[in-house]
Design a protein around this ligand. Structure first.
Ligand SMILES: O=C(O)C(=O)C[C@]1(C(=O)O)C=C[C@@H](O)C=C1
Length: 107
């Protein structure tokens, strides 16, 4: 009878399971760092939102965003990360920040 491929990670050989476990521990640490860094970034942007609201500045600054995207794309390239992905991620984060700024401005 031919051997069937394992259905789940728990069916894999112990050495494969151990390697997977080791890599997943690193992934969990990196995900935790990402969450903490994002929390710090949002603490800063909340302060920016309050400053902008107090001084009646618009929530979005497209020129600043263009500079951030150009910089991040370069950083991504040197880090061998897909620049298009880095740009999408930054745009996703900034869209949420602008939503927060708008909420602060209305309050
Ligand atoms: O730098 C600002 O003016 C911000 O409001 C912060 C931020 C950002 O999240 O980086 C968000 C919105 C702006 O369009 C540009 C940048």
């Amino acid at each position: 009878m031919t051997k069937q491929p394992p259905n789940t990670a728990t069916d894999a050989d112990p050495s494969v399971r151990a390697e997977l476990e080791r890599l997943r521990e690193s992934i969990d640490n990196i995900d935790a760092a990402v969450v903490h860094m994002l929390a710090e970034r949002f603490k800063c942007t909340q302060q920016v939102g309050r400053l902008k609201a107090e001084h009646r500045l618009p929530p979005a600054d497209p020129a600043r965003e263009a500079r951030q995207i150009a910089r991040l794309r370069q950083l991504a390239e040197s880090a061998r990360l897909d620049p298009a992905f880095a740009e999408k991620l930054l745009n996703f984060i900034i869209a949420e920040v602008i939503r927060h700024h708008e909420t602060i401005a209305r309050s």
